[in-house]
Structures are given as structure tokens and as C-alpha cells.
Ligand binder design. Sequence first.
Ligand code: PEP
Ligand code: MN
Length: 343
Amino acid sequence: MVQGLATIVSLREGADVSAVRRALMARGQWVRPLGFDARGAMLLALEAHSAPVAREELASIDGVASVQQPESAHPLLDAQRDRVLSIGPLAFGPPGRGTAPALIAGPCAVESEAQIHRVAEALARMGVRALRGGAFKPRTSPYAFQGHGERALAWLSSAGRAHGLAVVTEVLAEGEVSLVAAHANALQIGSRNMQNFALLKAAGAAGLPVLLKRGVAASIEEWLLAGEYLLAHGAASVLLCERGVRGFDPSTRNLLDLGAVAHLAYARGLAVLVDPSHATGRRDLVLPLARAALAAGAAGVMLEVHDDPASALSDGPQALDPAALAAALTGGLLASGRDGVRA
Ligand code: PEP
Ligand code: MN
């Protein structure tokens, strides 16, 4: 079903309209009368935010003549339903697939060779298996630290190899895709580039798994279509990452949309990653929202971790230090979780 477009139900002549409406509402459908078609059949629209119900089940309701569900515009992304995605040794599964919650951690930016090795070592010691870190940073201000670029990629991949960690890093520009791909197990497309279609095509063509951040004002349908671009151009898989959308309240950096996470995980059967670091911008809220994300059906979380957050060149206020992450892991952060049951 295409989000944003309604399903249209047409009724048989003489159907008991209120019985049909009750049967639809009993199945979680938001029903809106649409009038009559040219042949006089009564039409009902089922709003896109209705519960997902198979066409056959709707068609079997007494009094229903036909059901038209809009064709999906992202068949390749839909085909990831129920699939366990992988990045290096990490498995990201939708609820019900029995995968443990996965963790990707690391600094916002790769700041020096020594820093990324220190963080990687600390992460490996606490059992983390995937390392993040930006070499090319998409900063709001042109005067802010832009990342160390190619040198940082080499530091990052060597730290990953040295400590047995898979590497995820952002690619900002089409012309840098093969360079970044040579150093990473998965490419990251950042929020600001979610609809940079030229970049999506080039990143897909690298054939790696892609971690696709949600744009700050992107609808779920636009996000899924961005994922379709990647898959249509050759990406091995697309791991959707919710990182907060533009909210109206300044007390958090963004507004973490856990409704979207539950929808994607439970209604669409997709593996979803959640980044509570960029969603909140606040270290004190990162762990509570990481737990909430897993409870909402996320396949895993991505957390920013810096060995000295106070001196970080970017996003220090949201970074956990390794001791805080180690304590959270010991305290069962990744044991919190999903009921494994689909609606
Ligand atoms: C990041 O993960 O480093 C990043 C810049 O995130 P986002 O694109 O979500 O802002
Ligand atoms: Mn960051």
C-alpha cells in the first residue's frame, strides 16, 4: 500500500453500508465516504493511516464488491520485508526474526588517528562490533570543522581492522563514493542528503549496504523512495535510520519519531536503526531514547561515543564517553527490547 494514498472500497448494490463500515473499523480502518462511481456503486476510502490489512481480507467482507489498493512505488524496498540485513558481522532484523538489537558506535567525526584507535579499542573491549565516524562532515556552518577527509578514512578503516570492527561512514559527494566505499563496510547517506538523487544513484552503484538517514522533513514515503533509488542502482541493502525530524520545541535538537519506527518495523516488517544522539542532541536523553527505540521495534541503535566529549570537534554535547556506554551495556541496554509480535 502506498502511504499517503487511500485504498478504495466499492460496495455491492444493496449492501448494508453500516455493517460494512463496522467490519472495516473492526479491522482498524479509518473509513471516509467518497460518494458513488459512474455505475452508482458506493465508494469508501480507507485512509492511509489505517492498519495494514491484506486486500483479500477486505474483499471478503460481506457487501464489498472490490478493493483497489494503490501500487507500491518502491517494490525493491518493500522486498526487504522480513529480511535480516547485515553490515559486516552485525545483523539487523525486523521484530520477530530473533536477531539481538545491534549497536553501531563511535565519534561524530574522526578527529585524529590516535583518537579513533582509542575509541575503537574501548568499543571492542565492551563487545561493540561496528564503528562509526565521519571523515567528511556535513556541517550547518561553513566555518565549522568539516572533517579530515581522505586521511580520516584511512585512520578509520585501520582502526576498524585493528580492533575487528565493521566500519560505517558518511559519503557526501558523488565523486567521493569509490574512495569512501574502499574504506567502509557500509556507506552512510546523511539526513541532509536523503534526497540528493545523484548521490543516491552513485552510492547505490557501489554495491555496499547503505545506512540511509531520514531527512529532517521527509515523509516516510519519501524516505522509502530514497531507499528505492539506492536499491535500484545496486545497493546490497538499505538500512533505514531514524534520527529525528524537525520539531517545534527547542529542548531537543530534533524530534525522534518513534511512531515511524514502529510503523516501519511492525507494519512494514523492515529493519530500522535509530540514532538517538542526533535526535536529541543531549547526552542525558540518549540512553532513555535508545531503550525506547528498541521497545518501538528498532533493529538497533547508533550512538555517538567520544573518549573526551568536552573536547570534541563536533557534537560533543550529545556524545557518551566510553565508560557511560560500558555501564549502559552492562546494565542491559541491548537486552531491553522488542516483544517480537506483529500486529
Ligand atoms: C552523522 O551521523 O554523523 C550525521 C551527520 O547525522 P545526520 O545526517 O543524521 O545529521
Ligand atoms: Mn554527529
